[in-house]
Design a protein around this ligand. Sequence first.
Ligand code: SAM
Length: 207
Amino acid sequence: MVDSQIRARGVSDSRVLAAMEKIPRHIFVDAGLTEQAYNDSPLPIDERQTISQPYIVALMTEALRLKGKEKVLEIGTGSGYQTAILAELAASVFSIERIASLAGKARRTLDYLNYYNVAIRVGDGTYGWREESPFDAIIVAAGAPDIPRILVEQLDVGGRLVLPVGNRSTQELIRITRLSDDVNDVKKEQLGGCRFVNLIGEYGWES
Ligand code: SAM
């Protein structure tokens, strides 16, 4: 998976590649999907949600530019697969999932794999996690109609926010880098097209 689908498509951060090689993606999907777990595609998980495509997980993670000491916020825990990658690459991960059953299952999987630097909360992640801010990096694993300003406010200066922004069916991956104390002082970069499930919440789409 890593050689043919991720390295071959241009992801070069050696720490990201090592984390993707280490983490067993099949543990995060139902037993009936084990044989497809290393295909380069999203797969269904419970509650009509998906585990993200490995290449997109790698691309978004690389875009966060993690070196190992960061505090990271993830919105959309899903299966916990992306969470595990982040837990390998950063000091601490705070992850929010709106569907309680998915958050519970992800917690059990991450405990099974001994990722204890992860806190998971159930709720609307479009509000962020103010008490734990500022974050060095924020990743949103669901498609948003706009860039939630409240998330930019929770970025540290120099921090990166990576998220899909677009309509309900297709989006563009965007990286926002906060440049100063002024929340409007940001650098915005486009990283390519993608298709995510909807970000549902106050600063996302209506359910
Ligand atoms: N990266 C995850 C993985 O590897 O399994 C997949 C995430 S899945 C594509 C998107 C997730 O975002 C879903 O589990 C969905 O319930 C969740 N979600 C959508 N809107 C949310 C919100 N406002 N707050 C928290 N989670 C949300």
